[in-house]
Design a binder for this molecule. Structure first.
Ligand code: FAD
Length: 589
């Protein structure tokens, strides 16, 4: 059988180590689908229900493996639907190849059905490499170049194939000036080992860090493969480790050196130590919230990032070290003197212990409606030590930041910089395919789940045992609190009662589904869902008036909160009761 371009594409993806394409067919990609079909033994096509989910699945897959994610969609609407998931990949620096279809070349420019100028549309998200393939001879060369751009720049690339090109005979004499060099999973950098730091930069970094009296570390997801090195450097410097939210998995939450997260979802001790430190070592992070970083002139800053363009964008940096985090920290360690003075560390360790007790108290099983902290507390307690939690954007991000404990081989993923709703379930599907033997849990709100809930059917149809835990407050809870914090009474953020029972949907898909309204049922329901061999869902009604409080309430926040209430916040009684009860519990201790 004559090889067509669609098959040449599929084979080249396989050469690059790609084993999964997430997507949805359409008449704009029939030639590509035929190519994927011919290679179906080696290249799995995961049929989804919405292209946005396909892009999130590819992104989740790439986040959890460090490898290239691939998604495919038809021309026009299919390509448009991919976009949100692709922006998530771009903004969180993960490599994803988007493949789309295009009208055949003979009708281009005639306003043909579904003729959308996809390369123009994708120029922002996939500007690193964004091409319409117009000659079979370009394949596989341009596939190689696109993938190299994605992996080297940790970003999104896009190839669109007109219908006639997809089914054209693959060229006997293709463009082949490049060749695959599929990277191992542990080292996503191409064709060379992770970059070491320059000696001169390291020497200056060591001098700044050695001179510090109150040294703190801020580590992000870029330090993901550098746990041991982060801990060793923190030990040498006597430095508490603060973690970004995506960087939560870098160091176990119970390790004595870490005070947890930073920012609105962070911890009080992390915020306080940032206000006090005189030296800050940032590793693999572009933490965006400047008001939580040391004020101008307060601290000397050393930043390690493998991408020079990311250094110094949040605060002035005295020493920039452009290198891979693990390699640079290994190089740095022998240059550091050991800081035996530990009072800065021990002071904030005490704060951290108090904080943990406060968080534990909020996981109160005795409250009705169920406290959201109790729900995530149950999941945290019952999940495996190597479970992977994917989280949506919303109040669930706060609860998981504080009550999902990284221990053992646990991992945690969310849409960090795009902060999109709805990736939790598709991420879980993409990750479950990469890690079939592990427990993968999507922890989502009712809002995010409702957006892409059809993907529970995808999980069932592909026999994937993903677990879905819905923190159901029947509202857009995060937005509700943001409106109040701005001083406005809430508006258009709560759904009418009764809330839906998503468990019915799970069961109708052939999975396990249970609705929980009584706290006494919760541990049993979570335990059963986690043990279920197929996809399972726990739809838990939680208190919609539980505020996701900042680690440390600032004066402005308290003022706006009060003003919203004075301006007629409709649920002020229930909310005040919740806040007062938490405060009383705290004082009682
Ligand atoms: P990124 O922004 O992805 O930065 C990673 C950096 O590491 C990049 O500069 C990259 O170049 C570099 N890098 C990658 N690999 C390597 C390597 N091998 N070696 C060296 N460098 C490397 N985040 C918080 O921290 N606190 C919050 O309170 C918070 N609230 C949020 C609330 C919601 C609802 C949501 C959805 C998100 C929230 N986030 C919060 C996430 C936040 O928006 C940012 O995404 C996050 O702070 C950035 O984390 P990061 O710096 O680890 O990751």
């Amino acid at each position: 059988m004559q090889e067509i371009v669609g098959e040449a594409l599929a084979k080249r993806l396989i050469d690059w180590g790609v084993d999964t394409v997430f997507g949805l067919p359409g008449d704009g990609i029939n030639g590509l689908m035929e190519g994927f079909r011919r290679q179906r033994e080696r290249l799995r096509f995961v049929l989804v229900h919405h292209e946005e989910a396909a892009a999130f699945m590819a992104t989740g897959h790439a986040k959890a493996t460090g490898r290239l994610g691939v998604c495919a969609a038809t021309s026009g609407p299919g390509a448009i639907h991919l976009l949100n998931g692709l922006y998530d990949a771009k903004m969180d620096h993960v490599p994803v190849l988007a493949i789309t279809g295009m009208q055949e070349t003979s009708v281009l420019g005639t306003q043909y059905q579904q003729e959308v100028q996809t390369t123009q549309l994708y120029q922002d998200v996939a500007g690193a490499y964004n091409l319409m393939v117009t000659n079979p001879q370009q394949v596989p060369g341009v596939v190689d170049i696109a993938i190299r751009h994605a992996l080297a720049k940790r970003t999104v690339v896009h190839l669109t194939f007109p219908n006639d090109i997809q089914v054209a005979a693959a060229a006997a004499d293709p463009y082949r000036h490049v060749s695959p060099g599929a990277p191992p999973a542990s080292s996503p950098v191409l064709s060379r080992p992770p970059a070491p730091a320059a000696d001169e930069e390291l020497g200056r970094a060591a001098a700044v860090l050695d001179a510090g009296q109150k040294v703190a570390m801020l580590v992000g997801i870029g330090a993901r493969y550098a746990r041991e090195e982060v801990l060793a450097v923190a030990d040498a410097l006597g430095a508490p480790i603060v973690k970004t939210l995506p960087g939560k998995q870098v160091v176990p939450d119970e390790h004595p050196f870490t005070t947890g997260g930073l920012g609105l979802l962070g911890t009080k001790p992390s915020e306080e130590l940032m206000e006090e430190c005189d030296t800050l070592l940032m590793v693999g992070t572009s933490f965006p919230y400047g008001s939580y970083l040391p004020s101008p002139g307060q601290a000397r800053v050393v930043q390690i990032d493998r991408d020079a363009s990311q250094i110094g964008i949040r605060l002035p940096v005295e020493v920039a070290v452009t290198a891979d985090a693990r390699v640079a920290l290994r190089q740095l360690l022998p240059l550091l003197r050991r800081h035996d003075e530990r009072s800065f560390l021990t002071k904030h360790q005490r704060g951290r212990d108090t904080w943990r007790e406060e968080m534990k108290a909020l996981q109160d099983p005795g409250r009705t409606p169920i406290a959201p902290q109790y729900l995530i507390g149950c999941v945290d307690e019952l999940a495996a030590d190597d479970a992977i939690l994917t989280c949506d954007s919303g109040t669930i991000a706060t609860w998981s930041a504080r009550h999902w404990t990284i221990r053992g081989g646990r991992e945690y993923y969310l849409s960090g910089n795009l902060a999109s709703m709805a990736p939790g379930l598709p991420y879980a599907i993409g990750i479950q395919l990469a890690h079939p033997g592990r427990q993968v849990i999507a922890y989502v709100g009712d809002g995010g789940f409702a957006m892409l809930m059809a993907e529970f059917l995808t999980a069932a149809r592909h026999e994937l045992p993903v677990k879905v835990i819905i923190n159901n407050n029947n509202a857009y809870g995060q937005i509700l609190w943001e409106q109040i914090i701005l001083g406005y009474p809430e508006y258009a953020v709560r759904h009418p009662e009764p809330e839906p029972d998503f468990a019915v949907w799970a069961r109708s898909c052939g999975g396990y589904g249970v609705k929980v309204t009584d706290p006494g049922q919760l541990p049993g329901a979570v335990r059963e869902a986690l043990a279920y061999p197929g996809p399972a869902l726990v739809d838990c009604s939680v208190n919609p008036n539980e505020p996701p409080m900042p680690g440390k309430v600032r004066y402005e926040q308290a003022k706006e909160f009060t003003e919203a209430f004075l301006r007629g916040e409709p649920n002020r009684i229930a909310t005040l009761a919740t806040v007062a009860r938490d405060k009383i519990n705290e004082l009682r201790k």
